[in-house]
Design a binder for this molecule. Structure first.
Ligand SMILES: [Zn+2]
Length: 69
């Protein structure tokens, strides 16, 4: 991800952090932890790699399929 450019400010320096995000899936609020996130060192905008987005989708699917009946 060395040549990744920030969509907000055009800066190409990022640091990798792990963020937690809350999502809503099928009317259920779920929290996804430890998402590999690129944080722009200039403006602080968060960007996700394709692998990170896949991870989020995977987590949303697996967490929302747990039934609490
Ligand atoms: Zn930026």
């Amino acid at each position: 991800m060395k040549h990744f450019v920030c969509p907000e400010c055009g800066n190409n320096e990022h640091r990798e952090i792990f963020s937690n995000e809350q999502h809503e899936q099928n009317g259920k609020s779920i929290t996804i932890h430890n998402i590999p996130t690129l944080e722009c060192t200039a403006c602080g905008a968060h960007s996700y790699s394709f692998a990170a987005l896949e991870y989020v989708e995977q987590q949303k699917t697996s967490q929302s399929s747990i039934r609490t009946v």
